[in-house]
Design a protein around this ligand. Sequence first.
Ligand SMILES: Cc1cc2nc3c(=O)[nH]c(=O)nc-3n(C[C@H](O)[C@H](O)[C@H](O)COP(=O)(O)OP(=O)(O)OC[C@H]3O[C@@H](n4cnc5c(N)ncnc54)[C@H](O)[C@@H]3O)c2cc1C
Ligand code: SF4
Ligand code: SF4
Ligand code: SF4
Length: 595
Amino acid sequence: MKKNGLYSKEEKIFQDESKLYSAHLVKQIAYSTDPRDLGQVAKSVPCQDACPAKTNIPGYIRCINEKRYGRAYELNRGANILPGVLGRICSRPCESACRHGEPDNGASVGICHLKRACADLKSPMHRIIEGLYSPTGKTVAVVGSGPAGLAAAHDLAILGHKAVIFETMEKPGGMLMYGIPEFRLPRDLLMLEINNVLRLGVDLKTSLTIGRDFSLESLRQEYDAVVVATGCMKPRRLGVEGENLKNVFHGLDFMKEINAGQTPRVGKRVVVIGAGFTAVDCARSAVRLGASDVKINIRKTIEYMRIDETEKREALVEGIVTHTLVQPSRILGEEGKVSGIEFVRTRLESIDKPPFRIAVPIKGSEFTIPCDSVIAALGQTPDVADLSPDLSGMDKERYSTDLEGVFATGDFVTGASDVISAIAGGRQCAHGVDEYLTGLSRKKKVVRLESHASTDRLRSYDFIKKLEMNTIDMEPRLEVATNEVETGYTQDQAHEESKRCYLCNLKYEIDPLRCIYCSACIDVAPKDCIKLVETIPLNEDGSYGEYQESSQWDRVVSITIDNHACIRCGQCYAACPMDCISVTKTEMVEIDLDE
Ligand SMILES: Cc1cc2nc3c(=O)[nH]c(=O)nc-3n(C[C@H](O)[C@H](O)[C@H](O)COP(=O)(O)OP(=O)(O)OC[C@H]3O[C@@H](n4cnc5c(N)ncnc54)[C@H](O)[C@@H]3O)c2cc1C
Ligand code: SF4
Ligand code: SF4
Ligand code: SF4
């Protein structure tokens, strides 16, 4: 054993996988608010940084690797109240940021599939962990039971406040219950995770519309604070001739009908217009209603569709065709019913502000196609008619509106977004409300640093191919429209996929005072990850800036590992003859301010 409590060289070089688990006997733990540590974690763990809820992704993937599924679930739940739900339908900004997906590194890790694995594979004896604060005696009305409202109510309950949710629909869940189809999200699982929120003492009052049955003002009188999380409920209209014909559906209304168990008659030939989740869900639902010719029509090209790769692939499997660079100009009808649709072709034009490329209609390029129904899935906007706290003067940090004691969050504030952003917003809003009610800021973010005596990986893991999700065949998809298409990873598959994660939360450092500049580490490094530097400047916020490298030995002041380029292969760690490379586990955690 070394003096500093870490393992000796012989002990830390692992020849086979079984020995990887034996290395956690001695731990040194510290907590830091140093901007250099905060900045390092944000930059070095790009998946976590990209997740709106800042989920500890390498942490839970490592737990899956150790077959600790319950702990993996809790690590997820600490950031997001619905891990099993998000493991199925998350928009996955983390996977786009994953270091494994960078050029020459292969495909990104199946972060979302692994999230589902911890929910699926945890023991039936698993217990939810909640650290409750003492009751404050304060009450908060939450309007809307979508992911944002549920997340706000959950955190308010944890913080000791009495939360009461008001929901216009019969069941809770918002778009999770009435938008997303059951073949992507089973409702028993959704209700199970919603009930884990409600059992904290959150009251749910359904079939009550604020603005009709109660006014916002009456809630303000009765409760100490109000959170508005009513989402985006107003469908965007096509604005073309023929929109009022029979068999023209609006995407969200269409999905609401299906999710209420109805079977709208769409005919055989269905034209869907739109490029987001709703459009693909409508198209896939039309297939299950018996349509044999379903086309999604988009103004731009497929790369601009706001859906993940799995959705694109499954739509293809189900025989759905995507027509690009077209825009509807007229819906044609016979006897009051849809008979076809006229499109105009578009081209992409560059502009100098976001979204940088716009679709421009090409004059004279009109063409028509016959169809039996048209589904306009252009997204939704907030319905502020009955319920309008003024959002123009909103404090985005505290989620407070111009109306004293009224807060707002979720899609209602951001416009149509995604579930993980709504959950993150709901939780942050709860902390804004808590500060308003108690005058206290209870949590702070710190970096937890733990000395680590192994790399937890083998180099061979870097060459494992990404595992695709298992799915059911076409026949059972059509047989029962609600049959879940994806069936999850098996234990073995989850274990194999977990090995692919580089564990970017492990920080590799060289002790320059011990280093003899032999270059052994540089020679074995698979990337341009170990640098000889002149200076490492600090950014204005105190975090590390870009390294200034040098190839002239007389100017080199240090040798350093670039943790943004490092893929945590462990080669340098094993090769160094001076044992001067150390590994530290770094995690962003929230602690109570009085701790
Ligand atoms: C068809 C479809 C598929 C989608 N697929 C995905 C996906 O795969 N992945 C993803 O990340 N995102 C997806 N989204 C987007 C995602 O569902 C939303 O971004 C998210 O649900 C927003 O959460 P929210 O809580 O802000 O609002 P919502 O989920 O819209 O919830 C708002 C709630 O407020 C209630 N409400 C509204 N007005 C009142 C009132 N006056 N009084 C009382 N209650 C009221 C509503 O009934 C609803 O329950 C999809 C959306 C749709 C429509
Ligand atoms: S390799 Fe693992 S820790 Fe690194 S970005 Fe990807 S999922 Fe996150
Ligand atoms: S572990 Fe060492 S050799 Fe491997 S990528 Fe990171 S710095 Fe380079
Ligand atoms: S192998 Fe070790 S001693 Fe040699 S240059 Fe790298 S860190 Fe320094």
